[in-house]
Design a protein around this ligand. Structure first.
Ligand SMILES: Nc1ncnc2c1ncn2[C@@H]1O[C@H](COP(=O)(O)OP(=O)(O)OP(=O)(O)O)[C@@H](O)[C@H]1O
Length: 272
């Protein structure tokens, strides 16, 4: 593991205390965010969408990120995924500081992250196995790639469907192919944006339970953006973004206690 002993704690304004709080570095964190601000546009059209975010995601944790539409969830997810350039603050992912990185280095970081999006982005002309094989890295030959892909698809209950094309698969099955593709390289970080949005209740449940099982088996960190309150219980922690600010960061029990279930949908899950 990289030695972060040289990192200094970062000063963070703490409005509640009316003073400056110190956020200590967390050497073992998969993701460590300190004083992160993000802006879209430039000059007079510049608009700040993330304000002073501080957050650590630890190995093996499943963290759900909620918040009203437009609160900045996808922006934060894409920053962590090295899909955008970080402008201000510090963002360490898998031990590497993303601030100041060039495009090539960001691509390197991305290789170690599994992405699962709502639109599964499968190639229609390729079979389930070929879609997964495309993601397999550093394998000497196609036979090994095929074996790995089939093994992962089988783990996800698609052993009988490896040679089917996406149009012959259900929504839940397609999403499982996307999950197989994200997991096949055994990433230590998985970023998921609304992975259950297109699925019915049963398929959505199956998909997140599979993610949960594989996360625990592979000790990877999962950060999942969702408006789906049916899957909250798989989270170890729930963080809420409101107007670009981290409003709360709680374990599941505290989250359920502090949010009235009757108003939960309206406050935190506005698109339901
Ligand atoms: N490319 C862009 N250029 C300018 N503004 C943008 C861009 N992408 C997002 N925004 C703005 O940034 C803010 C945060 O958007 P973001 O998509 O991160 O929110 P979100 O919480 O993921 O919303 P949703 O739940 O609806 O997906 C919004 O006000 C949005 O309009």
């Amino acid at each position: 593991m990289e030695n972060l002993a040289g990192d200094r704690p970062t000063a963070e304004p703490n409005p509640a205390a009316g003073a400056t709080a110190v956020v200590a570095p967390s050497p073992s964190a998969t993701v460590q965010i300190r004083n992160l601000n993000y802006f879209f546009g430039q000059g007079e059209l510049q608009k700040q969408v993330l304000y002073n975010i501080n957050l650590d995601l630890l190995p093996g944790q499943i963290v759900i990120m909620t918040g009203p539409s437009g609160s900045g969830k996808t922006t934060l997810l894409t920053l962590i995924g090295a899909l955008r350039t970080v402008q201000d603050g510090s963002l360490r992912v898998l031990g590497r500081e993303l601030v100041g990185m060039g495009r090539g280095q960001l691509v390197e970081v991305r290789r170690n992250i599994g992405f699962i999006f709502q639109a599964h982005n499968l190639f229609d002309s390729l079979t389930a196995s070929q879609n997964v094989e495309m993601a397999v890295e550093l394998m000497p030959n196609w036979r090994t790639k095929r074996e790995q892909s089939v093994a992962m698809l089988t783990q996800l209950g698609l052993g009988e469907r490896v040679d089917y094309k996406p149009r012959a698969l259900s929504g839940g099955q397609k999403q499982r192919v996307a999950i197989a593709r994200a997991l096949v390289n055994q990433p230590t970080l998985i970023l998921a944006d609304e992975p259950t949005a297109a699925l019915d209740k049963k398929s959505g449940r199956e998909v997140v339970e599979l993610m949960q099982r594989l996360a625990k088996e592979q000790n990877c960190t999962i950060l999942m953006v969702t408006h789906d309150n049916r899957i909250l219980d798989i989270a170890d922690r729930i963080v809420s973004l409101v107007d670009g600010r981290l409003e709360s960061d709680e374990d599941l029990t505290h989250f359920m206690e502090s949010h009235d279930p009757r108003t939960l949908d309206r406050r935190m899950f506005m698109t339901l």
